[in-house]
Each structure stands twice: as structure tokens, then as C-alpha cells.
Design a protein around this ligand. Structure first.
Ligand SMILES: [Mg+2]
Length: 477
């Protein structure tokens, strides 16, 4: 059953006929919303029909005879010519559209793992002792449950969730774009670089999970098909740590025990320190491993150039976030001068941010974070835009197990580009090696890791099932 939206149509008499008028933009919204409006007229309600041709053309149209309901309502206006720039809505009894599952319930669960302060770890800007995130659960009117993940502080996400949850409840499970557009367009003061987008990401992922489970297909099947079910990963490690027993050397020793494609380490405290860390990493990992470094936006262009000169000799696969996310001009300038490929995206939100990164030729590798950027829908748009610009994509995956599963589905759905039989470097998925039970313990069946590859979960939707006891253990209000 479709959701309905009550609107009031305006009408006037023209050449003896009653015509319903709305702006072209509004008519487009009606068409795209898949939501037959109800027009109040003469104390009765009518469903309004608008056809694609009547919307796309302002030409005169003839209409079907309207049928009023209930029977005691005033006579329906006769069909007549539609003149001017208005769009006429023909009042008619519409056949109910094909039943689609609707969202019956949504719920948000905040999660937090707090480690002892002396175990705090992190990156160039700061270290911390908390891992957090949120889960969105959707139940359809057919009893199907979908789960998604929202990045970031759950206390903030929860507030946004309370605000937008009623707008999704009762809507078709396929209507995400329309509900999101309504939120974005009406609440435009909120902007997009915040937990609202993370919250929408969680809902979008939960819907992909629910849609996949409804049809018995994987989430990647919904966004382009599954090109592979073995996804190569790089170890995300080499953190700055307060723990003297968990310094760079120890962290790299753990990585070395596994056949990962490579490792990413944190740098960004200064060029000399950067060089020392890269030298140690290259010595420990050997010449064949890919070495990635991450500044987390702690440099200006001049410092980034000094860093690049200091570490270039260590064969760096990419330099991640050398500059703050807003310094797009700096990125474009640096990219022209850097012999090391640049990557960014974990602190960019929505396709609009990424359009600037991509069209500005700011980076070589685009890194959408799926539980941050707007979900699989938005991440796929970004990946396609990057492909059209002939740039590489490697999703950022720093959070919980559900978000990591989503990253696998995105990469599985994306054809290797522009490669044919020879692929110089596979698309890599980030694999967080830090202490994080929200990644390692949250699922009944953990994501399988096999010879440096994460395996795409075989089940429908995102293919993951939460362990309720673990969720309860880390739940936070
Ligand atoms: Mg990073």
C-alpha cells in the first residue's frame, strides 16, 4: 500500500471547466514521489492523477471524466482544456498502485566502547579512548528487518534520528531518495556536513538491507551487481598511541603476520617524524607491500610538500588527507606538485562535496565513508562520478562491522576501471586493526578474512546479523 500525502489543490473556472493548477516543479515532485496526492474539493477528497505527458508538456490536454467520492460529493468538474503554464490534475479514481513494502518501524541504537585512558590511540590531530557509532533498524510491514550503521557520536545522531524518523515511517522501502530530498530541501539550513548525513546513511543502509532481504539478493546486486566476492584489504594501523607496548613497531609486527596487500600508518606530526615512521614501516613490511600514509588533514600546503619530500623515497602508495577537507584549492595545488598520489574523502559528505573533489582534480583516490557520506546510494553515485573522471576509489571504512560490510558491497559492485585483463592495483578496502569490538564482536558470524581478503557475506541484503547480547553490552543512551 502506498503512502499518501494530503495536499490542497487550487482550481479556477476557465472556459466553463474547472482546472487544477500547480507549478511545474511541484508537479514534477508529485510525479517523482510515487505518491498520489489527495485533493480536497467541495468537502470531498479526490485522488489526483497526473500523467508524465501532462507534466512534461504545457500543451492543452483533454481529460477523463472525473469521479467524485463519496457519491454525495458535489458533481465533478467537467474535463476541459488546460491552458497557460499550469498543470492540470485530473480528478479520477486511480487504481491503487502495485503494493510495495512500507516502513513500519524504525529504531536507532547508539553504541560506544570505552577503553582505559592509558590505551588511547589515534592520529596526528588527537588521540582518544572511545569508539562509537550507531545502528538503525527498519522493520517493514512484511516483517522484514534491515540494519544500517551511522558514523559518529550516537548522541548527536540520535537527535537527528528523532527528527527525521517520522518522515520515513509509512513510506515505501524504495522511497529513500524522495524522503531525503524533502528533508534536505525543507531543512536546508542544517547543511550536510554533519550527523544528519550520518543518520541518513544509517537509514539508507538499513533500507538496502531490507530491500535485499525482501527479494533474496545481496546489497551489491542492487547497486551494480557483484563482480567479486573476495575483496583485498589493506591494514589500517600504525596509530599514535599512549600505550608504550603498542607503538608503531608492535603494530606493524601484527600486520606482517598476515598477507595483506599493504598497510596504512599515521603520520602528520612533522616531516622529520614522518620520514622516521615511513623508514621503519618500509623496513618492517619489505619492498613489496603497499605503504600508505595518513596525515588526517594536519598540514598546510607548504608542510605537506616538506613531508612529501621527506617520505617520497619510501615508495608511498598514497598520501591520505594531507590537508584539511575544506582546503580544496590547496588539494588541487598540491596534487599538481606531488609525486605521491593523493587521497581524501573520509571527512567529505554527499555527492556535492565529492563533485568538488573530483571536478577540481584534487585527489587521485576518492574515499567515501559509506556510513558517513549518505549510505550506499550516495557512495555509488560518488564511485560512478569518480569513474567518469578516471579516478580511483577506495572506501574509507573506520567504524563498525555493518559499515565495513557495506564497503565490501560497494567495492564488489564497482567494475575495475579503466582496466581490462590487467589491473595494476586492485581496489582496496580499509581494514581497521585497532581495538574495536564494534567491528570484531557485533555480528553473530564475523566477516570472514581469508589470505588478505575479506569475503563478501553470502546472505541477502548486507548479509550480516547482529548479536543482540553484544549490541546490548555497548548500547549507550
Ligand atoms: Mg584517514
Amino acid at each position: 500500500m502506498s503512502a499518501r500525502r494530503a495536499v490542497t489543490g487550487c482550481h479556477h473556472q476557465r472556459q466553463g471547466a474547472t482546472v487544477w493548477i500547480a507549478s511545474t516543479a511541484y508537479a514534477h515532485w508529485l510525479l517523482l514521489s510515487h505518491c498520489p496526492p489527495v485533493i480536497r474539493y467541495g468537502g470531498a477528497s479526490y485522488e489526483a492523477a497526473c500523467t508524465k505527458s501532462s507534466i512534461l508538456s504545457s500543451a492543452a490536454c483533454t481529460g477523463r471524466r472525473a469521479t467524485a467520492k463519496p457519491a454525495s460529493a458535489p458533481p465533478a468538474p467537467p474535463a476541459g482544456a488546460c491552458a497557460g503554464r499550469g498543470i492540470r490534475f485530473l480528478m479520477a479514481e486511480l487504481p491503487r498502485r502495485t503494493a510495495v513494502p512500507t516502513i513500519e518501524r524504525l529504531a536507532f541504537t547508539g553504541l560506544e566502547y570505552v577503553m582505559p585512558p592509558e590505551k588511547a590511540f589515534g592520529m596526528s590531530r588527537a588521540v582518544g579512548n572511545r569508539r562509537m557509532g550507531g545502528l538503525v533498524e527498519i522493520v517493514t510491514d512484511q516483517g522484514v528487518t534491515g540494519t544500517g550503521e551511522a558514523f559518529g557520536d550516537p548522541r548527536v545522531t540520535s537527535a537527528y534520528f528523532q527528527m527525521i524518523e517520522p518522515l520515513f515511517r509509512g513510506r515505501s522501502i524504495y522511497d529513500f531518495d524522495h524522503v531525503e530530498a524533502g528533508i534536505r530541501n525543507r531543512m536546508y539550513h542544517l547543511g550536510a556536513q554533519n550527523q544528519l548525513t550520518a543518520c541518513l546513511s544509517g537509514i539508507n543502509l538499513a533500507l538496502h538491507d531490507a530491500i535485499g532481504r525482501t527479494h533474496g539478493v545481496r546489497a551489491c546486486d542492487l547497486i551494480g551487481g557483484c563482480g567479486t566476492d573476495r575483496l583485498p584489504v589493506y591494514a589500517s594501523t600504525g596509530f599514535f598511541s599512549k600505550d608504550p607496548t603498542n607503538q608503531l613497531e608492535h603494530q606493524l609486527a601484527v600486520v606482517k603476520a598476515h598477507p595483506y596487500a599493504g598497510a596504512k600508518i599515521k603520520i602528520g606530526r612533522g616531516p622529520a617524524d614522518d620520514a622516521a615512521r615511513c623508514r621503519l614501516a618500509r623496513e618492517m613490511l619489505g619492498d613489496d607491500a603497499l605503504l600508505i600514509v595518513d596525515v588526517n588533514g594536519n598540514y598546510t600546503v607548504d608542510l605537506a610538500l616538506a613531508c612529501i619530500r621527506a617520505i617520497e623515497r619510501y615508495d608511498i602508495h598514497w598520501l591520505e588527507e594531507p590537508l584539511p577537507p575544506a582546503d580544496l584549492r590547496g588539494y588541487a595545488e598540491l596534487r599538481v606538485r606531488s609525486p605521491i598520489p593523493l587521497a581524501a574523502g573520509e571527512a567529505h559528505y554527499t555527492l556535492r562535496d565529492f563533485r568538488q573533489l573530483i571536478e577540481g582534480r584534487c585527489v587521485d583516490i576518492v574515499q567515501p565513508s559509506i556510513p558517513t557520506v549518505g549510505g550506499l546510494t550516495e557512495a555509488k553515485r560518488i564511485a560512478v562520478m569518480a569513474q567518469a573522471a578516471n579516478l580511483r576509489v577506495s572506501p574509507h571504512a573506520w567504524g563498525g562491522a555493518v559499515g565495513l560490510a557495506a564497503a565490501l558491497h560497494l567495492v564488489a559492485s564497482q567494475p575495475a576501471h579503466p582496466h581490462g585483463d590487467n589491473i595494476p592495483y586492485p581496489t582496496l578496502v580499509e581494514y581497521d586493526m585497532s581495538d574495536n569490538p564494534l567491528r570484531t564482536r557485533l555480528l553473530r558470524t564475523p566477516l570472514a578474512l581469508e589470505e588478505g581478503h575479506l569475503l563478501l557475506p553470502p546472505g541477502p541484503g548486507l548479509g550480516v546479523t547482529l548479536d543482540p547480547a553484544v549490541v546490548a553490552q555497548y548500547r549507550v543512551e
